[in-house]
Design a protein. Structure first.
Lengths: 159, 159
């Protein structure tokens, strides 16, 4: 099973593709689709859509795992996050990939054992679980790998 | 000048194309891009993206006018609204169309003279301004025509 984790945004989108083997997890690819922060929103979304579509075509995932809303944010921030999330979900829909959403606390708990874990702990565990020589960089890519791993660790019969 | 007004959503998206002439406004096309409410969100967004892309190709607008966030909504609703809005903005970006955002009160004030106008008043004024025999239906299409008219009435040198 190959899982594409996405950390959505309207300027930078983290992605991380994890292959779940019999007893191990492997990072197939990870990185960031970035657009110029000075570009108008529709142009940024166009580049993000094109970039994510390319990632899906090149890595051939079976499904998408994505973080759901952050709790405790204000409506304005939620609207902006939704705009990035909508485009990421569209890419999944166009590739006919099923999508699984996980709350941030679920991702942290699955990867580190604690729902309140700090970013650094999540990054360390992502590196450990994937056998990477160091913590994946940048942070958006690490977060995307974490949500992909969350799906692998949480989904029943996922291997 | 030809303006595509969009009333975004994740199940139904209203659209209304208004042509601004020397002293009149004409409704070129209006309607709704609908997806099945029972379909998964990525599939709904895929259909909305395909439908809006078709509307743009067929009607050839010069720009897009869209309602900005509703005030007073909760973060969860804002996230869902953002998902639909992100896909609408992407369609504009892919067609390289500039996008103008208007607050709901701005749209109501531009069309009816009052920022607190009721839906029915807005629909009546949309029909009057466009010389339509009756109020445009469904409501999503009427709202989309209203935001397109708002841009025509508000934008400096828009005619």
């Amino acid at each position: 099973m190959r899982v594409l984790g996405i950390d959505p945004g309207t300027i930078r989108v983290g992605f991380g593709v994890v292959e779940a083997g019999a007893s191990t997890y492997r990072a197939v690819a990870f990185g960031v689709v970035a657009s110029a922060s000075t570009a108008p929103l529709p142009e940024r979304l166009r580049r993000i859509h094109a970039g994510l579509t390319r990632v899906i075509a090149r890595t051939g995932p079976d499904l998408v795992a994505i973080e759901d809303a952050f709790s405790g944010i204000n409506p304005h921030a939620a609207l902006r996050i939704g705009e990035g999330r909508g485009v990421a979900l569209l890419c999944a829909g166009e590739a006919r990939l099923p999508v699984f959403s996980y709350a941030p606390t679920e991702v942290k708990r699955a990867v580190t054992g604690g729902g309140g874990a700090r970013k650094a702990s999540v990054a360390r565990m992502v590196a450990f679980l994937l056998g990477l020589p160091r913590e994946p960089s940048p942070e958006d890519a690490s977060d995307a790998l974490a949500v992909a791993l969350c799906h692998c660790l949480r989904a029943p019969g996922s291997r």
